[in-house]
Design a protein around this ligand. Sequence first.
Ligand code: SAH
Length: 359
Amino acid sequence: MTGKNKQSAWGVLPEEWKPICRELGVPAYRADQITVALHRNLAMSWQEVTTLSKDLRQTLSENFTLEPLKIVRTHTSADRVEKLLLECDDGERIETVLIPSKGRVTQCISTQAGCAFRCAFCASGMNGLNRSLEAGEIVAQVISACQLMREKPELVPFKAIGAPRPGNIVVMGMGEPFDNYDQVIRALRILNDQRGINIGARHITISTCGVVPGIKRLGEEGLQFELSVSLHAPNDELRSQIMPVNKKWPIRELLDVCNAYTAKTGRIVTYEYTLVRDFNDQPQHVAALIQLLRRCHCKVNLIPLSPVAGYSGRQPDERRCLEFLDALHKARVNVTMRKSRGKDVNAACGQLRVAEAGG
Ligand code: SAH
């Protein structure tokens, strides 16, 4: 393993360091030291890891890279959302967002550079998919954010003991997580591992546009991550107009797999519903949505559309959004409305894109 083929240390699960040490002829107790140095102390280079001998640092650095992704640029929105433009080793650029709230930082991470699913209202898919990210690159987004929070403590709304880290992860940045299933689940296992970065499973949310086989697989993993599903319309006719994925996996199939997921795991699915003026925000739409979800044990999260260039849809006025919310509420649907922050720096839901990353 040399040069570009070097593996990222951030893509290694804590339990994998033992066999790696064995292979490198290094005593097994070193594995724990490596995990502590990387995940607890967030070492950003092998040279920093002074608990390891110089020789061992040398061996490790010949085999594994330990740099976080390069932070090309950051933007701070008026409502204190921080957007990071990051660069991968091959020059591919991606975005991640830090959202401070209630004494925690929620980090929104990307799973692909671009996206193949082309939802009409989402900037991430407008230029198609460049490539999927490796697990190490997904974890490294969190490490880069930790690095930034270390340098800029004013970003952190809490007194951090040790290195500051996000309290919540939402897999809602660029890309479709279930179009990169193995690497995404590996990355989330690494972030979740108690010996490591230790972000609780219930503080990690995966959002999918409705890739049915991915939901099925996740249900079989025995993991406790939160699952959100982008629904956005109460019937196939409307949903297919804005989400091409609906032609492959229509609403009935999607709801069936989600209900099976809940039955199997006991975990409730959250349906995301982006409100678009006059398109899916009318009384008949909310009535159809209530009808659709009547027997589902689920939650609904309403997101007023964030404006994106390339989509002509508009956000409904606030009264309409509140009426929609209220109708669901009255029908005893468990519903919340997401305050999407960061719009002035294009860091809000659906605004992350490769074009911005490119220029
Ligand atoms: N591919 C995944 C995750 C990325 S998008 C998915 O589709 O779920 C995260 C959430 O933001 C999804 O619910 C998505 O539909 C929503 N979203 C995308 N574009 C948006 C926009 N312009 N305004 C509001 N929400 C948007």
